[in-house]
Design a protein around this ligand. Structure first.
Ligand SMILES: Nc1ncnc2c1ncn2[C@@H]1O[C@H](COP(=O)(O)OP(=O)(O)OP(=O)(O)O)[C@@H](O)[C@H]1O
Length: 239
C-alpha cells in the first residue's frame, strides 16, 4: 500500500550544513498492517511520515501509495490526496478549544464538500468506536489527555483513510492509556485493512505492531518481526 523505494531527503540547516534525514530508505506497509518506526531523536522518523503524507517531496527515490507516486503531486493534488487517503494523528491532539467532541471529530470532513449535518452523522460512529459515544458534547477542556487523543483519532479516521500516519500519538499519555490507543490503532489496521505507520518511543508500540523498523541517522537499520527495543538482536550486528 505504502512503499518507499530508495528514498532520500536532505535538509539545509540555517548555517548551510546539509542534514540527511532520510538516507536511501526502502520500506513497505501493507493494507491491514501496523508498522512501528522507532529510533533516537533526530533519526528521521517524522521526515518519513511527512514524506508519506506528501508534506515533503523526496530528493531521490519514490514514495508510492496504492501505486500513486505522491512525490510528483502538485500542492493541490497533494491536498486532495491527504483529504481522501491519509489520517494523521499527532502527539498532541490538536483539537479546537471550546468545540464539542462531536464537532471536533467531524472537522476534517468539513474540509471537503460534505455539509455539517452529514459530517456530524459520519463522525459520530467513530466517537463510539473510540469509546467516547457518551461524551459527544464534551469540549476538549472537559476531557482527559487520553480522551482528547481518542477524539483526535476519531477525527483522523472519520473519512476512513486507507493510510494512517501516527506521530508519537501516545507521547503524553500514561502507559495504560497509551496501550489502549495503540491497541485501537492496531485493531483499525486489522479490521479496516488500513495501513498504519506509527512513530513511537514507547516500547509497547513495537509489541502491538505487526513489524517494527528502527532508524538511525536517516537509515533503516532493522526490519524484524516485532522486536523488543531492549533486545540486542540488532541489524548492526548482522550488517
Ligand atoms: N525543516 C528542517 N530544516 C532543517 N533540518 C531539519 C528540518 N526538519 C528536520 N530537520 C533535521 O532532520 C533530522 C531528522 O528530523 P526528524 O524530525 O525527521 O527526526 P525525528 O526522528 O522525528 O526526531 P524526534 O524524535 O526528535 O521528533 C534532524 O537532524 C532534524 O534536526
Amino acid at each position: 500500500m505504502l512503499r518507499f523505494e530508495d528514498v532520500s531527503k536532505t535538509y539545509r540547516a540555517g548555517d548551510g550544513e546539509l542534514i540527511c534525514a532520510a538516507d536511501r530508505v526502502s520500506l513497505t506497509v501493507e493494507a491491514g498492517e501496523m508498522v512501528a518506526l522507532y529510533g533516537p531523536s533526530g533519526s528521521g522518523k517524522t521526515t518519513l511520515l511527512e514524506l508519506a503524507a506528501a508534506l515533503l517531496r523526496p530528493d531521490s527515490g519514490a514514495v508510492t501509495v496504492g501505486g500513486l507516486d505522491i512525490g510528483r503531486l502538485s500542492p493541490r493534488e497533494a491536498d486532495a490526496y491527504r483529504l481522501a487517503t491519509v489520517g494523521y494523528v499527532f502527539q498532541d491532539s490538536h483539537l479546537i478549544p471550546g468545540v464539542s467532541a462531536a464537532d471536533n471529530a467531524a472537522v476534517k470532513l468539513l474540509a471537503g464538500p460534505m455539509p455539517l449535518a452529514q459530517a456530524r452523522r459520519t463522525a459520530a460512529p467513530w466517537l463510539e468506536r473510540v469509546g467516547l459515544g457518551h461524551r459527544q458534547s464534551a469540549t476538549p477542556q472537559q476531557l482527559s489527555g487520553g480522551e482528547r487523543q481518542r477524539v483526535a483519532i476519531a477525527a483522523a479516521l472519520a473519512n476512513e483513510p486507507a493510510l494512517i500516519l501516527a506521530d508519537e500519538p501516545t507521547g503524553s499519555l500514561d502507559s495504560r492509556t497509551a496501550r489502549g490507543i495503540l491497541d485501537l490503532l492496531a485493531s483499525i489496521a486489522h479490521e479496516r485493512r488500513a495501513a498504519v505507520l506509527l512513530v513511537t518511543h514507547d516500547p509497547q508500540g513495537a509489541e502491538v505492531a505487526d513489524r517494527a523498523l528502527r532508524l538511525r541517522d536517516g537509515r533503516l537499520i532493522e526490519d524484524d518481526p516485532a522486536p523488543s527495543p531492549g533486545t540486542s538482536r540488532s541489524a548492526e550486528a548482522r550488517a
